[in-house]
Design a binder for this molecule. Structure first.
Ligand SMILES: Cc1ncc(COP(=O)(O)O)c(C=O)c1O
Ligand SMILES: N[C@@H](CCOP(=O)(O)O)C(=O)O
Length: 462
């Protein structure tokens, strides 16, 4: 299995090389050169398997010969050992044909743990056998950063720097990133929004002297392994509702487009998915794009679902690559145009996108009202991101079962949940003392040179 860049001008890599490389050297994102499929019988057989067994079957052909079967099974087992639910990703029923996939039973209470715990194990295995060390720099709107820190804290051969937008993450998210006291963890509060954090991260990857000098690695969804790990729960949840003998639809609260792109990969692998619905908050660039065919940045307005406050949706580039018939030059041209604020998508590419994706947008009031209504109707307490998904999922109900992804635990956003339903959700026992812990954080400017200098100095001090 080889991996190619969405901009068509970077070396082809193996799974392990692509994982350790992060952003392609032409600025694009790595994708598999072809998508392996599972037969109906193979999908049906997932029904009797544990989450870990299903994960092995779904991901095996993407990793090629990077690991033996036994090595890969061990990596998967270690990745999910500290989840707090036996099913890992349990499905609960909200209404007769609407189900919620709870993805918040991992160590940091967000869906990011599914991929980050796996990536943590993959990196440890690969770095140890290569005898290498890396510098991970991550950009976060709140959840990716805490999941990355949890997955890599305390490791000798990894430094992890997390850029988060100062004042724009919840208190719990910030504490998750600033209270670990491991010497290899560096929380950086950037003066800007998430798009600035992600842009500076990509700038670092495009500065080859810096990139090669610190041996930069990425664990954002820039990294294909992040997307791959998320494909698994589309299969396990759909199978538990009767796939492949019955179609299912999914609604996915969306920001950087990684999670829903994993659903698209599941569909291409043969999972019978009817609709994949993009759910956005008031930062609705993806919904506007699906409606108008123009991808136009408008600036980010902070919302009560802060992890989705994103305008430059990184993985949309992977969807565009397919929609343009895998024409890397066309994608590179669109990304060049985006530097001036917008690009128009061709009619053919829009048709391809609309064949696979529907979309909806949810206001702040609607998000709060959904938290309140679902608690009253079925007792499920939703985080604001999941509520955005459920609201859009309700608008797209049909005879096909709808699965909405619950992407974070409500206790990560207690103020928004309490304001909506009058009760404050409590943290699980293993995090109960988090708010009392001391924080370690450095305020940083939105400036590439200053960030690179700081990172180099910190590495030199270790
Ligand atoms: C809680 C939560 N929900 C939804 C999303 C959106 O996921 P994606 O960026 O993969 O679209 C994020 C962040 O990415 C998140 O942290
Ligand atoms: N919502 C994310 C944003 C980073 O996106 P990713 O797709 O690179 O993980 C977050 O919580 O940080």
């Amino acid at each position: 299995m080889k991996y190619i860049s969405t901009r068509g001008n970077a070396p082809e890599l193996s799974f392990e090389e692509a994982m350790l490389t992060g952003l392609a050297r032409d600025g694009g994102l790595y994708v598999p050169e072809s998508i392996p499929t599972l037969s109906e019988a193979e999908i049906a057989a997932l029904a009797g398997m544990s989450y870990e067994e299903a994960a092995f079957v779904v991901m095996r052909s993407f990793v090629g010969d990077a690991f033996t079967d036994e090595e890969f099974k061990g990596i998967i087992a270690r990745a999910y050992a500290n989840f707090r639910h036996d099913a890992r990703a349990p499905l609960v029923q909200l209404s007769p044909n609407h189900y919620l996939l709870e993805l918040f039973h991992g160590p940091t209470l967000a869906f990011k743990d599914f991929a980050m715990q796996l990536i943590g194990q993959l990196f440890q295995f690969s770095l140890a056998r290569r005898d290498e060390r890396v510098t991970i720099v991550g950009a976060t709107s709140g959840d990716t950063g805490s999941a990355a820190i949890e997955a890599f804290r305390g490791l000798d051969n990894v430094d992890v720097f997390i850029l988060f937008p100062h004042g724009r993450v919840s208190d719990i998210q910030r504490k998750q990133m600033t209270t670990p006291n491991d010497a290899n963890v560096h929380a950086l509060a950037l003066d800007g929004d998430f798009d600035d954090c992600q842009a500076r991260l990509k700038d670092m990857f495009n500065d080859f002297d810096f990139r090669d000098g610190v041996r930069l690695a990425g664990v954002n969804s820039i990294n294909w392994a992040r997307v791959l790990a998320q494909v698994v729960y589309y299969f396990t949840s759909a199978v538990s509702l009767g796939a492949p003998h019955r179609k299912v639809s999914f609604t996915v609260p969306t920001g950087n487009f990684g999670d829903i792109f994993a659903g698209y990969i599941a569909k291409k692998m043969g999972l019978p998915i009817d609709k994949l619905v993009i759910a956005t908050n008031q930062n609705d660039i993806l919904h506007r794009t699906m409606e108008t065919g123009a991808y136009t940045k408008e600036g980010v307005t902070p919302s009560i679902s802060p992890s989705m406050d994103i305008q430059v949706s990184s993985n949309f580039e992977r969807a565009l690559f397919d929609a343009y018939g895998r024409d890397g030059r066309a994608v590179a041209q669109l990304m060049e145009e985006l530097k001036s604020g917008s690009f128009a998508i061709s009619q053919g590419a829009m048709e391809a996108l609309r064949e696979n994706f529907a979309s909806g947008r949810v206001s702040e009031d609607e998000t709060s009202a959904t938290i309140k209504a679902e608690f009253a109707a079925c007792g499920e307490v939703l985080c604001p991101h999941s509520a955005v998904g459920v609201r859009v999922g309700n608008d797209h109900l049909s005879a096909t079962p709808m699965i909405t992804l619950a992407t974070a635990h409500p206790a990560k956003f207690p103020d928004a949940v309490e304001a909506a339903m009058g009760t404050r959700p409590g943290l699980p026992p293993h995090m109960a003392d988090m708010m009392d812990k001391d924080e370690r954080v450095t305020r940083v400017p939105n400036d590439l040179g200053a960030l690179e200098t700081l990172i180099k100095e910190r590495i030199a001090q270790r």
